[in-house]
Design a protein around this ligand. Structure first.
Ligand code: GLU
Length: 392
């Protein structure tokens, strides 16, 4: 057999995608599995993005676009971000990527040299450490606690800083916890990191999925002040409900964007031109659906949180955004089922509910439920989970 690179053998497959595939496989075998595993909205996308895609097909937009994206799409991202966050972004500050995921991956590729350390507060989205490792870097995990709403702080980060620390990844509201930094708290962390000469990557993919009284938080003002020290990553997957269309973007200094563009030009080239026009129409279209979606997700969050917190041995901080809850379940562990992976396997077999073990996100005390499904599905899933847990 061919010898595979050391890099690829150092990372595991994505647990979210693997579990989702396993749930689909079981479904195809006739097992009625409810998947609360993957984080993708079930709500329909707004008409604007669908019209945009149709328009691109009608215009027979089949040619390559610039690797960074069509100029008018870059302008649309600027208009959208400047409107929400007064980011002061210009066309040269933006690149369109194959989902926020490629934006993050490519940032690691252009910023990280072997041995460079990247601070990642845990629980983290499971692909961050893998992306750092694939770039030859070292993920430095900063643990947090559910009692403290999984929040980190300058003093906690300080403990993990060395002379090799290069980047800090922030993600609010968070996947997998749904916990959210208010702008003031977030600013304190950014200010601290920037003073230490640490580059900030702010993953803002869930910024529009925020529940009152919480408000969206962004690194925009720091980008505006120090563009070459901050990169903002976002996309349409979650807020515009088009995860499969792979439309993400990065906002940063023009030098960062040029390097991202060089990498994209030598690897994947441009994001699908049809998806780009869909993004343009979405970003500049009617955004009233955002509020409607927030209301629906809030209702689901309230429902699942009530159900989860009523189970003995489980506790869960109140998530203020995204569509995840990340309860602490280690109070339920037995001699046999003594970690989050085994508990998720048990719940898949016994309750036919697919969930993601906290271990994949750097916290083996917890498991992740995605509530991006109809409330009737949540009700069924929670009934089945509760019953299975009683039989533990
Ligand atoms: N980010 C989503 C999740 O955590 C989508 C799947 C993935 O790319 O990880 O479920």
């Amino acid at each position: 057999m061919v010898a595979f690179s050391k890099r690829i053998s150092m990372v595991k497959p994505s647990a979210t995608l693997t579990i989702n595939a396993r749930a689909s496989e079981l479904k195809s075998q006739g097992v009625e599995v409810i998947s609360l595993a993957v984080g993708q909205p079930d709500l329909p996308p707004p008409k604007s993005v669908l019209d945009g895609a149709r328009e691109a097909i009608e215009r027979v937009m089949t040619k390559y676009t610039p690797a960074a994206g069509l100029p008018e799409v870059l302008d649309a991202v600027c208009e959208y971000y400047n409107r929400f966050y007064d980011a002061g972004a210009k066309r040269e500050n933006v690149i369109i990527t194959n989902g926020g995921k490629q934006g993050l991956f490519n940032l690691m590729q252009i910023l990280v040299d072997p041995g460079d350390e990247v601070l990642i507060p845990a629980p983290y989205w499971l692909s961050y450490p893998a992306m750092v490792i694939l770039a030859g870097g070292v993920p430095k995990i900063v643990p947090t606690d559910p009692e403290n709403n999984f929040m980190t702080s300058p003093s906690e980060l300080e403990k993990h800083i060395t002379e090799k620390t290069k980047i800090l990844i922030l993600n609010t509201p968070s996947n997998p916890t749904g916990c959210h930094y208010a702008q003031k708290q977030f600013d304190e962390i950014c200010e601290f990191a920037l003073k230490k000469g640490i580059f900030i990557i702010s993953d803002e993919i869930y910024d529009q999925l925020i529940y009152p009284p919480a408000e969206p938080t962004s690194a925009s003002k720091w980008f505006k002040k120090y563009p070459d020290k901050v990169a903002i990553v976002n996309g349409l997957a979650k807020s515009f409900a088009v995860p499969g269309w792979r439309i993400g973007y990065v906002i940063s200094d023009s030098t960062v964007i040029k390097n991202l563009s060089k990498l994209q030009g030598q690897s994947t080239s441009n994001v699908c031109s049809i998806a780009q026009i869909a993004a343009l129409k979405g970003l500049l279209g009617d955004l009233s659906f955002l509020e409607e979606n927030r209301k629906k997700f809030l209702e689901r969050r309230n429902y699942i949180l009530k159900r989860i917190n009523s189970i003995k041995g489980i506790s869960c901080p109140e998530p203020m955004g995204a569509f995840y809850v990340f309860p602490k379940v280690d109070g339920l562990y037995t001699d046999e089922i003594n970690n989050s992976t085994k508990l998720c396997e048990y719940l898949l077999d016994k309750a036919h509910v697919a969930l993601v073990p906290g271990a994949a996100f750097g916290d083996d005390r917890c498991i992740r439920f995605s509530y991006a499904v109809d409330i009737s599905v949540l009700e069924r899933a929670m009934d089945q989970v509760e019953k299975a847990l009683r039989e533990l």
